[in-house]
Write a protein that binds this ligand. Structure first.
Ligand SMILES: [Zn+2]
Length: 308
């Protein structure tokens, strides 16, 4: 057993033991704000024969790191303050999970607020986030598996608004990585439930199909505004054969919304050139298709339609 460096108050009146770390803290705030601790600590303490028990000792099953995040937020309301002022993902998750377990609602709400900002359930917010993915440290491609934790937290706390963006992001993860799960800092490996995993794998197939259909729809015919009809008819045909017949197409069909857009693909020089009117139309149609896809996600993912 070792005393925690940060949470060991000599005049504390409660010892909490998380694995091999002891925290000596104050009972009052925990009893006041956590119904679970209140129940635990108002039970009669087993008194040693002839000895007055000054400090009840409560074992908790959490990893010391997670429990420290919880205490930091609980005692000082500062668990989320970390370098750069952006709360670390792991801290937010620990605070939500422990806040939920010990029924400290304000902590759960605060933590969920951060997740909802990063995984917004509205088209505009989601588009911004997915376009700025490289600037979003939490969900950069390096850490895409974090959305597994977000799905599990959405389930744990019954927060349906996180489901669409987080499950959708799960569809972009390599299935091998998805099966392996996300390794959290406390050593726990987070995996999707069997139901959510099935949901994601089925949706992934559906999204690849939608992507292919989108390409066929937007590259089928020149725009009605086209000013070089013969050229653009040929360009449409060539673009479709390149995608469907080339052994190495310039862009494969994919479930990942961060893939290059069809507009970007056809605007590239190796493609036969479309006239400007057609290019504009391709961009417009693709945006419409993307919006449509976002609206279809609840049905594709088999989750409840959002209520606004
Ligand atoms: Zn044209």
């Amino acid at each position: 057993m070792k005393k925690d460096d940060e949470f060991w108050f000599e005049d504390g009146n409660l010892i909490i033991v998380a694995q091999d770390v002891e925290f000596c803290v104050y009972k009052g705030p925990l009893v006041k704000n956590s119904p679970v601790f209140r129940d635990m600590l108002t039970l009669p303490q087993p008194a040693e024969a002839g000895e007055l028990v000054h400090r009840p000792v409560v074992p908790v099953p959490e990893h010391p790191t997670s429990f420290r995040h919880f205490l930091r937020e609980f005692m000082a309301g500062s668990g989320f303050q970390s370098p750069g002022d952006e709360p670390a993902f792991e801290v937010v998750c620990a605070v939500i999970r422990l806040g939920h377990k010990y029924e400290v609602d304000r902590m759960v709400e605060k933590g969920l607020g951060y997740l909802k900002k990063q995984w917004p359930d509205d088209y505009l917010g989601w588009s911004l986030q997915s376009n700025l993915a490289s600037a979003r440290s939490w969900a950069s491609t390096l850490f895409a598996e974090r959305c597994i934790s977000v799905v599990n937290i959405a389930r744990l706390t019954d927060t349906p608004s996180l489901l669409r963006p987080a499950l959708f992001e799960c569809c972009t993860i390599d299935p091998h990585v998805l099966l392996k799960g996300y390794q959290c800092e406390d050593g726990v490996r987070e995996r999707l439930s069997a139901e959510d995993l099935t949901r994601v794998l089925l949706a992934r197939t559906e999204l690849v199909k939608l992507d292919a259909l989108t390409a066929l729809r937007i590259l089928r015919n020149p725009s009605s505004e086209c000013y070089d009809h013969d050229n653009c008819t040929q360009a449409c045909q060539d673009a479709i054969s390149e995608l469907t017949e080339s052994p190495l197409p310039s862009r494969v069909f994919s479930a990942d919304p961060k893939r290059p857009s069809w507009y970007e693909c056809v605007a590239r020089t190796q493609y036969p050139s479309f006239c400007d009117a057609c290019l504009t139309d391709i961009g417009r149609m693709e945006n419409e298709e993307r919006f449509e896809m976002w609206n279809m996600l609840p049905s594709i993912l088999d989750i409840p339609e959002p209520e606004f």
